[in-house]
Structures are given as structure tokens and as C-alpha cells.
Design a protein around this ligand. Structure first.
Ligand code: DAK
Length: 256
């Protein structure tokens, strides 16, 4: 049986490729669990600084596996082992980039929204079609789409089940870059490598601080930012970054 998740490493970047092409990369429980476990391992690996999640040309992921979900009970969907996989994906501490071509629907759209940056091809389509199946988004769609697109657009997408193009997603601020299909790998890798060259601890604390903008009040979040900022003054990379500036040379960051 072919691997449903293919792991490729390029220096400090890891690319995770969803690989269930016959079902447009539908996310079955096994694949989501595998993805969560892999991300957890990569979080512990100091050599890994940025992770890209991608699919194939036709599909990033067309949502949860409907054949599997059709038989699920409420108890299955509330099971800790199922919910915890999505939680573990959300908790990944390093930058996550979604490189999306084709369908990013339902859980596939939610997986892209769990990522910190999205590079999409002109053929990419984003949407939450769950309503057409008699359900609603369950892995963050109602919250993340609303926070990114605003209430009006999120209502339209989720209540009609219609999808939007990469260009629309870009205009709404959902997507960072739109590229041609042939450029997806190089464009997403270039973005990943650009971030991977930055001081990793500062990158992680900056990501953590940005995400607090969604959870905390402004005053609490500013306090959180201040603490993370001060914390970075205990790192070698802060000394190196500032010394290199003063000495007019390129910094050499070690992640310490
Ligand atoms: N699941 C299972 N199989 C799928 C699939 C899916 N989501 N999407 C496509 N496939 C399969 C098709 O059944 C078909 O298989 P065969 O018939 O060849 O055996 C094959 O992939 C090719 O699909 P089509 O023939 O339909 O291809 P088309 O190009 O004509 O159409 C399409 C592409 C993407 C428009 C269409 O396949 C489609 O509408 N797919 C379903 C999209 C969808 O409804 N997605 C949302 C699923 S619900 C949660 C976590 C996650 C979720 C919820 C809760 N918790 C943590 C609580 C997520 C829920 C969902 O995502």
C-alpha cells in the first residue's frame, strides 16, 4: 500500500505531501493521525525550521474522507484520539506553509487554515462544502474563515457551500501568494527557506505572539508580546544579529 504521507527534507525545510490521489487526498482518520504524529516529531527536531504541507496538482485535500465519515457516530467524532490529532496539528510551534493546488475543501481548507502562510496555484479552490452533506465545518472553519474573511463572506461560503478561487482568496487575505502550477514547489520552498534562514527562536516566539491576537484581549496580547520580546535577549542569536549589524556582516544564526 502506498504511503499516504510522503516526507521530503530539503536542508532545514520538510515537505509533507498528502498522498491519496485516487480520492483527491481525502483526509481519513489514519492520515490525520499520521500527519499529527509526524508534526509532533518534527517539532522536536532542531534541524527542522519550517514545514510545508502540500498535495498534488489536482488536489490539496478534498476534505475529510466522506466514505469513512458516513459511518461515524457522535462518539467517534468526540473521541479523544480523533480530536487530539487536529489539536496536535494546531499546536505545531514552527512556521507551517500550505502549498495548495486544486481543491482545498472542508477539512482540506481547514488544514490550510491551520497553516501560517498559504501559497496557492491559480487553479486552487477554497471552500467549506459541508452544508451540502448535511453537516457543518468541524475542524476550525467557522472560526478561522470568519477571522480571516470577516463574518459576511464566511457566512456566504459556509451557508452556501460554494468555493472561491485562488484570486478571490488572495483578495480576501486568505492566501499569501498565487503562482502557476509549475511554480508551486519552488515558490513555497523559496518562502520556507527565506524563513528558515531567520533566527529560529525569534521565529517561533513571533509566530506564538501573532496567534495570541486571536485568543487574548489586546492588553493581554501586548503583554505576551513584551515578555517574548524580552525573552529573546537571553539568546545567542540576538547577540549575533545585533553584532553582525554593527560589524556590517551577515549574521550566522544557530537557534540558541
Ligand atoms: N471523501 C472521500 N472521497 C472523495 C472525497 C472526499 N472528501 N472527495 C473526492 N472523493 C473521491 C470521489 O468519491 C471519487 O472517487 P471514485 O468515485 O473515483 O471512487 C474521486 O475522489 C474523484 O472525485 P470526483 O469524481 O468527485 O472528482 P470531480 O473532479 O468530479 O469533483 C470535487 C471533485 C472535489 C468537487 C468532488 O469530489 C467533491 O465534492 N468532493 C467532496 C468535497 C467535500 O464535500 N468535502 C467536505 C467533506 S466533510 C473534524 C475534522 C474534519 C472535518 C470535520 C470535523 N473534527 C476534528 C471534528 C471535516 C469534514 C469534511 O471535510
Amino acid at each position: 500500500m502506498a504511503e499516504s504521507l510522503i516526507i521530503e527534507r530539503v536542508n532545514h525545510v520538510v515537505r509533507l505531501r498528502l498522498n491519496r490521489p485516487t480520492v483527491l487526498n481525502a483526509l481519513n482518520f489514519r492520515l490525520v493521525r499520521r500527519l499529527a504524529k509526524t508534526l509532533e516529531e518534527l517539532d522536536q527536531d532542531d534541524e527542522v525550521r519550517v514545514v510545508i504541507i502540500t498535495g498534488n496538482k489536482k488536489s490539496f485535500a478534498a476534505g475529510a474522507d466522506i466514505r469513512e465519515m458516513a459511518e461515524a457516530t457522535t462518539a467517534d467524532l468526540m473521541a479523544e484520539r480523533y480530536l487530539s490529532s487536529w489539536l496536535r496539528i494546531r499546536q505545531f510551534s514552527k512556521p507551517l506553509i500550505a502549498a495548495v493546488s486544486g481543491f482545498a475543501l472542508g477539512g482540506g481548507c481547514e488544514l490550510a487554515l491551520c497553516c501560517d502562510l498559504i501559497v496557492a496555484t491559480e487553479t486552487a479552490r477554497f471552500g467549506q462544502p459541508e452544508i451540502l452533506l448535511g453537516i457543518m465545518p468541524g475542524a476550525g472553519g467557522t472560526q478561522r474563515l470568519t477571522r480571516t474573511l470577516g463574518k459576511t463572506k464566511a457566512m456566504e461560503l459556509i451557508l452556501t457551500g460554494k468555493s472561491i478561487s485562488a484570486k478571490e482568496a488572495f483578495d480576501y487575505g486568505l492566501v499569501n501568494r498565487v503562482v502557476s502550477i509549475d511554480e508551486l514547489e519552488t515558490a513555497s520552498l523559496a518562502l520556507a527557506e527565506e524563513i528558515a534562514a531567520k533566527p529560529p527562536l525569534a521565529v517561533r516566539l513571533a509566530k506564538q505572539s501573532i496567534l495570541k491576537a486571536f485568543d487574548l484581549s489586546l492588553e493581554e496580547a501586548l503583554h505576551f508580546e513584551q515578555n517574548n520580546f524580552a525573552l529573546l535577549f537571553s539568546t545567542e542569536d540576538q547577540r549575533e544579529g545585533m553584532k553582525a549589524f554593527i560589524e556590517k556582516r551577515k549574521p550566522h544564526f544557530k537557534g540558541k
